[in-house]
Write a protein that binds this ligand. Structure first.
Ligand SMILES: Cc1ncc(COP(=O)(O)O)c(C=O)c1O
Length: 385
């Protein structure tokens, strides 16, 4: 039983397998030639941009850029925007794909980083500290975590974005844990940039991701990569317009074909109904796990405000030992450890227990699966205590 969808969705829907195989068999590379096998590839990229813009309510399909993963999208904005002396606001909830580029920018480029803390009980950012930081410093960019990959808690992004923008800051949303699992409405949230993975909530192939720009914000960001785009080839300068500006080199056509199938399936099922299903599953997990005396939940008991993640520790046990027993004895696959979010675990007080055990069901998990997982944790906790 696979409960590690927050890392990568598995199994992927059949339509994704079919689309990847079909692209491998029948398409060459997009944007490089006018012949039919190249045109088919270009059409897939165009359709995927359009479908992704619909799903994420992005301002313009032409301003959706394909990336290799969410990390690449986040790095593109962080490294392409922030200059020496700039101030950036992020938080201790953030993933290393935000924290590590910021560490680099602080050490190598003289960028000033401010990390706002969060409340370990509610999982929410400290709004007073957030506002104080914006009042004290001329923050160029605010990075928001839509939902934590450790606690699963959704942040109040619309309020945080409006507040940051009132202080003149641009906003980058890390939607790695929400796109596909939760209604993710870029226009309503008002963010300037949104980065996400193709292989998590969207259930597409690895090696895919999306970076969405508000059209007026793209000119502020320098590309990470320069090279062939198949357009404006007479010029030695990188194109200045989206998406070519950020898409140098041959694109991952089979991956994007798979992502298109995954996005179309998500649209047909609707993120709202997927979220409703995940809420039901997380409610079941929270109710069952909280009755086990040795279990300490890190996820707040508000299923509607979660993205389908439940994390916990068993008193006295190392989290990776729990995950190993779950895999080897109960055939349940989940993720233990620090989940690439060391500062979140520091705040939650889980560094000594080797981080936490994280259950992340997916759209095709069932209530029976949740019951089986709860019984497995009950058995492990009883055996140990
Ligand atoms: C909150 C968050 N941000 C960013 C990432 C990085 O995503 P990717 O592995 O697609 O680069 C992850 C992956 O787990 C994540 O959970």
């Amino acid at each position: 039983m696979y409960l590690d969808n927050a890392a990568t969705s598995f199994p992927r829907p059949e339509c994704v397998h079919v689309a990847v195989a079909q692209a491998m068999r029948s398409m060459s590379s997009a944007g490089r030639a006018a012949h039919s096998v190249a045109s088919a590839a270009s059409a897939v990229l165009q359709q995927c941009r359009t479908a992704a813009a619909r799903l994420l309510h992005a301002p313009a399909a032409s301003h959706i850029v394909f990336t290799g993963n969410c990390t690449e999208g986040l790095n593109t904005v962080l490294l392409g925007l922030l200059q020496p002396g700039d101030h950036v606001l992020a938080s201790t909830l953030d993933h290393n794909s935000v924290l590590r580029p910021l560490e680099f920018l602080t050490a190598q480029r003289g960028v000033h980083r401010h990390l706002v803390s969060f409340d370990p009980v509610t999982g929410l950012l400290d709004q007073d500290e957030f506002q104080r930081t914006l009042q004290r410093f001329p923050v160029r960019l605010t990075v928001l975590n839509h939902a934590s990959n450790v606690t699963g808690r959704l942040q109040e992004v619309a309020w945080l974005t409006a507040t940051a923008q009132q202080h003149g800051s641009l906003v980058l949303l890390d939607a790695a844990q929400t796109a596909g699992h939760v209604e993710c409405h870029m226009e309503q949230l008002g963010v300037d940039f949104l980065a996400t993975s193709g292989h998590k909530g969207l259930a597409g192939p690895q090696g895919t991701g999306l970076l969405c720009f508000r059209p007026e914000s793209q000119s502020l960001v320098q590309p990470l990569k320069f090279g062939g785009t198949g357009t404006f080839s007479e010029s030695l300068q990188q194109p200045l317009t989206c998406p070519e500006k950020f898409e140098s080199g041959t694109q991952n056509v089979p991956g994007i074909a798979g992502l298109l199938a995954a996005v179309q399936l998500t649209l047909s099922e609707s993120p709202a109904s997927r979220h409703a299903h995940l809420i039901e599953l997380t409610r079941c997990l929270l109710n069952g796990l909280r009755d086990i005396p040795a279990v300490r939940l890190l996820t707040p008991n508000i299923p509607e405000q979660l993205c389908g993640i439940v994390s916990f520790v068993i008193d006295g046990m190392d989290s990776s030992d729990v995950a190993m027993v779950l895999d080897q004895t109960f055939d349940i696959q989940c993720r233990a450890g620090l989940h690439c979010a060391p500062l979140a675990h520091e705040t939650l007080g889980t560094l000594a227990s080797g981080g936490a055990v994280r259950f992340s069901p997916g759209p095709w998990s069932t209530l029976d699966d949740m019951q089986t997982a709860i019984e497995a944790i009950d058995a492990i906790a009883r055996e140990f205590h």
